[in-house]
Design a protein around this ligand. Structure first.
Ligand SMILES: [Zn+2]
Length: 709
């Protein structure tokens, strides 16, 4: 979880992981010889041939992929042999390879490099894919075979990973409606169709709203307080928008945050922040209020059809938490000390305002500004003084160095490999002995064609084909501060943390080992590999290796490092409160009994009033742009970041006990947690690494939330 950045992990891409070992479909290749999906890629490391992929290639490839997978499923069903693990469960795991390959590329471009044509296409393909999934999930004969294997599982004496795959396959069918009658199944199909369209529309609206707003500054005096880097970036943005000689700030986080932190113009801060938190709630053609309600209503109806109380119950069954009551109790345990801390912070900020005879009450658009003032006063720590030590390239080298120390990895740039945008960097990852581990794509800066936030996904997950490992192709997509005419990309400490975070997801993709393609990662453990990486980001021993001034090469001074360390608890009340508020809002939506009857603003206000959120803090995401839960995969799961944080804080203790670069601990983490991630119950894997279940205390200490006794 990041402070101001949205963090996505595109798990959905990997539910049916991509690969490309089977020959491309022959028939289709004859009909469409130019479609690169219909022939062997012929690229180094078999990466997608981005140079040849055009928008019009996706639909025929997806349609063909659907046909092929359906044929594979039909063959499993038609098998005259009695159902076995191999001929049913393993065969099903191996079906749909071609479709996975295509949709991995397609999904990645939808997020990172979209255009009007691709967006229009999503409205066509989303219902196609939903129908296809239903055709498999509701196939009675197929389910009959799976159920037969499942019912006889005790006699099979299966290995851990095989049993886990079988149990998940069975549960997926049941959750997909396999036990419903015909009438109910028909309704389920309708609901899935409706949901697929609603979630696409929700995401489109958020993107449209983000791009629609520009704060255009014409008078240099209105830049008062801003560091030169922020002004330079705004001048670049203006230029790109055809507004030469002006300055443009947007509600994309890298543009908005410096303005909120530094601008002395309170009215402009208000204008910008309001534009941000009113996204999708402006009663215009991009409004998401009704769409949000409809999404919740459809999810709820689907959950009840399947025999669950609500969508939260449906989701949590697959998570470590298992039930809403446990999530709510956990959030409450954290909320109480957090609110105390947030109130103290608000009072301290108000004191700064009063001391300066401001004559107004602290508002949400003031929080960053006065926090920055107080940060400078208390720690003399200024974001713009830090940035020169965090040149993006240096941070990247720092992460590579860390992976070298922990795992012996080497990173070799591959500038010749195809990429989907010229900004993208591609690296080959090798083990210490030179063995190929996988390929990593990194795409760092904002574009209008890119969704906000940061995430990790990929174009292929590792698996075994006839005993041979097919290596993965992972990716990281971010929205970091762009370089300007005078300076390279100098990123904030938040962005540094985000980079380490997403790199952790990428590592679990790169290290992945397993006999089968299928992975079932509990949503509330998925942030363990990513969040543990954040712990290293500002360790003095690592900073010494990478945090070097971009002009002088001077290593970040010890005094500054100490200040970063000391200020780590600063503003934690705010950060934790805005995050927990969003998590609580998510749980409230997904346990809501009658969504059609509510007014979205009233509902939000009531949920926040019930927990006593102070008005100076806006939940990190308000409903109308809460993409994680409405169009991403985090419905009833936004709490997962802090649940995972219990795990990563406890896991990092193991490194602290043995030394933060300890190779033995790293190897144990790699082999017990990262390599088999999603092939077993996560707690069992964790205990194998740590020797015990995780304790909550390291998390409370890290956030300064220990209850004083
Ligand atoms: Zn993440």
């Amino acid at each position: 979880m990041k402070r101001y950045a949205a963090v996505f992990f595109l798990l959905s891409l990997f539910l049916a992981p991509a690969m490309r070992s089977s020959p491309a479909p022959r028939q289709a290749a004859l009909l469409a010889p130019d479609n690169p999906f219909f022939k062997p890629y012929g690229t180094p490391f078999n990466v997608p041939p981005f140079d040849f992929i055009k928008n019009e290639h996706f639909l025929p490839a997806i349609e063909e992929g659907i046909k092929l997978e359906q044929a594979e499923v039909d063959a499993i069903v038609a098998n005259p042999e009695p159902p076995t693990f191999e001929n049913t469960i393993a065969a099903l795991d191996h079906a749909g390879i071609f479709l996975s390959e295509v949709t991995a590329v397609y999904g990645a471009l939808q997020g990172a490099n979209t255009n009007k044509e691709l967006q229009a296409l999503a409205r066509k393909t989303a219902p196609l894919m939903a129908a296809h999934r239903d055709n498999i999930g509701l196939n009675e004969k197929l389910f009959g075979r799976v159920k037969a294997v499942y019912d006889g599982r005790n006699a099979l004496k299966l290995d851990r990973d095989r049993l886990f795959l079988l149990e998940n396959a069975y549960r997926d069918f049941v959750r997909g409606g396999a036990l419903l009658d015909e009438h109910q199944k028909a309704r389920l199909r309708e609901l899935n169709q409706e949901l697929s369209l609603l979630t696409v529309k929700f995401g489109e609206n958020v993107l449209a709203e983000t791009n629609a707003f520009k704060l255009v500054i014409e008078d240099r005096a209105d830049l008062a307080g801003l560091p030169p880097s922020a002004a330079a970036m705004a001048a670049e943005t203006a230029k790109q928008a055809g507004l030469d000689g002006k300055w443009v700030f947007t509600i994309q986080v890298p543009s908005m945050t410096p303005f909120l932190q530094y601008s002395e113009k309170r009215a402009l801060r208000e204008k910008l922040h309001r534009a941000y938190f009113m996204k999708g709630d402006r009663d215009n053609e991009n409004d998401n209020k009704d769409i949000a309600k409809k999404i919740i209503a459809v999810r709820r109806e689907r959950a009840r059809l399947l025999g669950y109380d609500d969508h939260a119950a449906f989701v949590l069954e697959n998570n470590m938490a298992k039930i809403s009551a446990r999530v709510n109790a956990f959030l409450k345990q954290l909320w109480e000390p957090t609110l105390v801390k947030a109130r103290e912070e608000a009072a301290a900020l108000q004191a700064v305002i009063d001391r300066q005879n401001g004559g107004f009450k602290l508002a949400s658009w003031d929080w960053w500004y006065y926090t920055e003032k107080l940060r400078q006063e208390k720690y003399a720590l200024d974001d713009s003084a830090l940035r020169p030590y965090f040149k993006l390239d240096n941070v990247r080298q720092g992460i590579f160095a860390l992976c070298g120390k922990l795992y012996g990895l080497q990173f070799i740039e591959q500038p010749g490999l195809p990429r989907y945008h010229p900004d993208v960097q591609v690296f080959e990852v090798q083990e210490a002995d030179g063995r190929h581990t996988g390929i990593l794509y990194m795409d760092f800066h904002p574009r209008e064609s890119k969704r906000a936030g940061a995430w990790s996904g990929g174009f292929r997950r590792a698996y075994y084909e006839n005993g041979k490992r097919v290596p993965p192709v992972a990716s990281i997509v971010c929205n970091f501060t762009r370089p300007t005419a005078d300076a390279p990309s100098l990123i904030s400490t938040d962005e540094v943390e985000t980079f380490f975070h997403e790199f952790g997801h990428a590592l679990s993709t790169l290290f992945s080992q397993g006999r089968y393609r299928g992975r079932s990662v509990a949503r509330d453990s998925v942030e363990l590999p990513s969040q543990i990486m954040e712990h290293w980001a500002f360790e003095p021993e690592l900073l010494a290796l990478y945090a070097k001034h971009y002009k002088t090469g001077e290593v970040i001074p010890a005094g500054l490092v100490e200040k970063i360390e000391k200020s780590s608890l600063f503003n934690q009340g705010f950060v934790t409160a805005e995050y927990l508020a969003a998590s609580i809002l998510d749980m409230a939506w997904h346990t809501l009994a009658n969504p059609a009857a509510i007014d979205v603003r009233d509902f939000e206000n009531k949920v926040m009033a019930d927990i006593g959120l102070i008005p100076e803090i806006v939940p990190r995401y308000r409903s109308t742009y809460f993409s994680h839960i409405f169009s991403g995969g985090y419905a009833a799961g936004y709490y997962a970041y802090i649940w995972s944080e219990v795990l990563d804080c406890d896991a990092y203790e193991a490194f602290k006990e043995k030394g933060i670069f300890d190779r033995t601990t790293a190897l144990s983490f790699r082999t017990n947690v990262l390599e088999p991630f999603g092939t077993e119950e996560p707690m069992a894997q964790y205990v194998r690494f740590r020797g015990a279940e995780p304790k909550i205390d390291p998390l409370l200490r890290k956030r300064g939330l220990e209850v004083k006794k």
